[in-house]
Write a protein that binds this ligand. Structure first.
Ligand SMILES: Nc1ncnc2c1ncn2[C@@H]1O[C@H](COP(=O)(O)OP(=O)(O)OP(=O)(O)O)[C@@H](O)[C@H]1O
Length: 231
């Protein structure tokens, strides 16, 4: 039995909008095992991004707890949270978030350098090769297709060797074929580098590529299925 790497307990996030309260998350108990690849699926506004942000320590809950790798996020101060985010989690966003005037290689190694660590060039080389970017190292993001830019964002997330990759609609801006390619590469990279992936998607076909699908509706988990796809 693999260890639990992520656990939420009674997680709630309420937003006050004038007289109204928006219950973005309304009591989420969710666990992810080490090296699992989980897809979170749900309608727009159901709370997917909020859940991902809580797990990544980007936002704080109204109630409940998040544990990552056995550590309670609410017990950390700002500085500890910043270090946690840098070392433990890699984020992949729908809009790639690449630095436009840095080339592919420099974008990929940026988080490692910002963390003051030595770049493991051999490891980075393996990642770039796996993601089929080895001929694009000198290119600026603006010279790449959407799928290529998303692969750079994946390489960057994997390169810092975080235990967990949190991906918010990583294929949302891609056509179906590129979306599937990117998803396949993310899966291969995560398996090879022993990372846990939690991915948000609207796309059922993309979700089917995960080990497990979790459905979220109105801030609650409504159905969690184990598809064992591709295992
Ligand atoms: N900062 C905020 N202030 C007020 N309400 C918010 C805030 N952030 C999110 N919400 C609300 O919380 C709910 C959940 O939002 P969330 O972004 O988690 O949904 P989502 O499932 O990721 O949606 P999408 O698929 O459209 O990205 C929505 O009703 C949203 O309007």
């Amino acid at each position: 039995m693999k260890n639990q790497i992520v656990k939420t307990e009674g997680l709630k996030k309420y937003y006050r909008l004038g007289e109204n309260t928006v219950k973005a998350l309304d009591g989420v108990d969710f666990t992810v095992k080490e090296r699992e690849f989980v897809a979170i699926i749900g309608r727009s506004g159901s709370g997917k991004s909020t859940l991902l942000h809580m797990i990544g320590g980007l936002d704080t809950p109204t109630a409940g707890e998040v544990y990552v790798d056995g550590r309670k996020l609410s017990g950390m101060n700002r500085e500890q949270l910043a270090v946690f985010r840098r070392r433990k989690v890699g984020f992949i966003f729908q809009n790639y978030n690449l630095v436009p005037d840095l080339n592919v290689y420099d974008n990929v190694v940026l988080p490692v350098e910002l963390d003051g660590k030595r770049v493991d060039r051999k490891y980075v080389g393996e990642i770039l090769e796996l993601l089929q970017l080895e001929t694009k190292l000198e290119a600026l993001p603006g010279m790449l297709s959407g799928g290529q830019q998303q692969r750079v964002a994946i390489a960057r997330a994997v390169a810092a060797k975080p235990g967990i990759i949190l991906a918010d609609e990583p294929t949302g801006n891609l056509d179906t074929a590129s979306g599937h390619d990117v998803m396949g590469l993310l899966k291969v990279a995560a398996k090879q580098f022993q990372q846990t992936v939690i991915l948000i998607t609207h796309d059922r076909d993309i979700a089917q590529m995960a080990d497990r699908i979790v459905h979220i509706e109105d801030g609650r988990i409504v159905k969690a299925g184990d598809f064992h796809a591709g295992k």
